[in-house]
Design a protein around this ligand. Structure first.
Ligand SMILES: [Zn+2]
Length: 251
């Protein structure tokens, strides 16, 4: 069992390393396959031994081997996030095939969190294949849930589409596709993801207005809130859903 968690940690860190490449290159329209990674300052190709998740950052002291250009702290942070979330998923979902959809969802959410935060987009090239794979994988593992998953994706998508049409400039089409994907993975627990995202969005929005004065009108991307909400729903969806429902007198 310890080996299982060590394996998940290592795989999670490696996926995190791959997600770093996606997070940097996808919004810039660059290939995630070639060319290999280079130092942005001196253009030196990064060798495999300087590209080992978490470890390389530590033994390079967070600097390029040749020119000393600082490497962003976000690289090891994303790798550690992948490692920790993969281990947590193994603890929650066990070592069977049921672990695959959560691992895919976690990977997609990490990439979307950081890309949307910086670029205000939820790339189609991530969300479309992940939605399709999520639906396929989850139904393969839990065939009896097909109607629930489809309904959760369709209803969430319709709700967000309505929001996007009513108030243009708020939700984007990327958010609509993202919540469809979340419904496909989470089923009815998607309610927890959406509720949490709106709650967090409101809290952070108020905090930013308070901190920056009333003139601050900068729009917040919604994807990161959805990503955090979806992680919460993934791990604690069922008990939280019961709580929310009982709050509204429906439980
Ligand atoms: Zn360099």
């Amino acid at each position: 069992m310890v080996l299982f968690y060590i394996l998940l940690f290592v795989v999670g860190a490696a996926i995190g390393s791959f997600l770093n490449v996606c997070i940097y290159r996808l919004p810039r329209g660059e290939s995630i396959v070639a060319p290999g990674s280079r130092c942005p300052a001196c253009d030196m190709p990064i060798r495999w031994y300087d590209n080992i998740p978490l470890l390389s950052f530590a033994w390079l002291g967070g600097k390029c081997r040749r020119c000393g250009h600082p490497i962003s702290i976000w690289y090891p942070v994303v790798e550690l996030l992948g490692a920790v979330l993969f281990v947590l998923a193994g603890w929650k979902f066990g070592s069977g095939a049921g672990l695959l959809p959560p691992l895919l969802l976690i990977s997609a959410l990490i990439a979307i969190f950081f890309i949307d935060l910086e670029h205000y987009i939820v790339p189609n090239v991530i969300v479309m294949p992940v939605a399709a794979a999520g639906l396929g994988l989850t139904i393969a593992v839990q065939p009896h849930r097909w109607a629930e998953l489809l309904a959760a994706g369709a209803v969430s998508g319709a709700f967000f589409l309505a929001l996007a049409l009513i108030k243009p400039g708020g939700m984007g089409m990327g958010d609509v596709k993202l919540v469809v994907a979340l419904g496909f993975f989470l089923g009815k627990a998607v309610v927890v993801a959406l509720f949490t995202a709106f709650l967090l969005g409101a809290l952070v929005g108020v905090a930013m207005i308070t901190a920056g004065g009333k003139s601050r009108k900068s729009r917040l991307p919604f994807g990161p809130f959805l990503a955090v909400g979806a992680l919460l729903a993934l791990f604690y969806g069922a008990p939280l859903l019961d709580k929310y429902l009982s709050l509204f007198g429906a439980g």
